[in-house]
Design a protein around this ligand. Structure first.
Ligand code: HEC
Ligand code: HEC
Length: 306
């Protein structure tokens, strides 16, 4: 140390030790602070995300969610592949119960020979161990969507069927839904529709999806966020098919006389009828709605009849 040039701050062994320690401690402290800083920016604290609106909505969403279709909005149709995956693959993927196996042209050739329309019809009405619509109800999948699934399966078995024609619109709300449906059709067959479209109809197809989107969005958003609302939505989409007019002897919506005798049962019994069916009343109204949604729909119907 005594040889150190003048002006060196380190003059004693003590200062040397301090300097050596500092030489280690300072960079390490900086690294620790940096690491903490970097980590801290990505870490919002354990569990904080859980209270984010999206996360909450996701958590309280019913487990088995029906895809509720707004009758007044242009339908967002499932593709053939989606329907196949969700429904038909249960049997057709492996060929359960003698079902023609997916992708097996040997299984499919004789079926394909019957023609697309026959296959579509069979898929809708059932045949042997093949349940009508693969066991779904028209509320779950429209004829059109079943038809898409038929084309999807048959085409993977060696056929070359075009997709079935898209339904124009629901008869009941044809007037309202028509522009949207036309737009949807234009979207799925851009070449065909656009080629013949006049400027006016192009403008229409451009605006209609936006209108459709605004009318669907709220009902879907609220369905998962708010049980009471989900009950009303399910009622409107499924249950009112029978309960609005009292079809098949269903207790009519809002009719105290129809409901009073049934409301003598405890609510749990009434829920059970709705969940498991009763007489002509199909289980869950024939939908795939969750327990919570069906109960909410019952609550909605019952409160309207009190
Ligand atoms: C529960 C099992 C099961 C499910 C689910 C199922 N299928 Fe099938 N499917 C069968 C069986 C079994 C056959 C053979 C019936 C026969 O030929 O007797 C079959 C046959 C078919 C055929 C050929 C009919 C013919 O005329 O040869 C088509 C088309 C078909 N299914 C479509 C579908 C579609 C579309 C779905 C989904 C929406 C579906 N299946 C869901 C069991 C099922
Ligand atoms: C296909 C027609 C149909 C649909 C769709 C339908 N129901 Fe029903 N519902 C009936 C009929 C018919 C009855 C009367 C059954 C009986 O008493 O034998 C009934 C009865 C009921 C009852 C009274 C049961 C009792 O006696 O206490 C409830 C609650 C009910 N339905 C709820 C629902 C709900 C919720 C939905 C929708 C998710 C729905 N229903 C969809 C036909 C239907």
């Amino acid at each position: 140390m005594s040889e150190a040039p003048n002006g060196t701050p380190i003059k004693t062994p003590g200062q040397l030790i301090a300097a050596v320690i500092a030489a280690f401690a300072v960079p390490i402290t900086i690294i620790i602070l940096l690491a903490y800083y970097v980590d801290n920016t990505t870490r919002t604290g354990a569990g904080t995300d859980e209270l984010a609106p999206d996360a909450v909505a996701q958590r309280i969403a019913p487990i088995a969610q029906v895809t509720i279709r707004d009758a007044n909005a242009p339908h967002v149709y499932k593709t053939g592949e989606q329907v196949f995956q969700a429904v038909c693959s249960a049997c057709h993927a492996t060929g359960v119960a003698g079902a023609p196996k997916f992708g097996n042209s040997g299984d499919w050739a004789p079926r394909i020979a019957q023609g697309y329309d026959t296959l579509w019809h069979t898929a809708l009405s059932g045949k042997g161990a093949m349940p009508p619509r693969g066991g779904t109800s028209p509320d779950d999948y429209s004829d059109y969507e079943i038809g898409l699934a038929v084309a999807y399966m048959a085409n993977h078995g060696g056929a070359n069927f075009p997709d079935p024609p898209k339904p124009a619109a629901n008869a009941a709300n044809a007037a309202e839904a028509a522009p949207g449906a036309a737009a949807a059709a234009a979207g799925s067959a851009p070449g065909a529709a656009a080629a013949v479209a006049t400027p006016a109809s192009i403008a229409q197809t451009a605006t209609a999806p936006a209108a459709g989107a605004t009318s669907t969005a709220p009902s879907i958003a609220t369905a998962s966020a708010d049980t009471a609302q989900a009950g009303k939505v399910l009622y409107q989409k499924v249950c009112q098919a029978c309960h609005a007019a009292g079809l098949l002897g269903a207790p009519k919506f809002g009719s105290k006389a129809d409901w009073a005798p049934r409301l003598k049962d405890p609510m749990d019994t009434i829920y059970n009828y709705a969940l498991n069916g009763k007489g002509q009343m199909p289980a869950r109204g024939g939908s795939g709605a969750s327990d919570a949604e069906v109960k909410a729909a019952v609550d909605y119907m019952v409160s309207a009849a009190k």
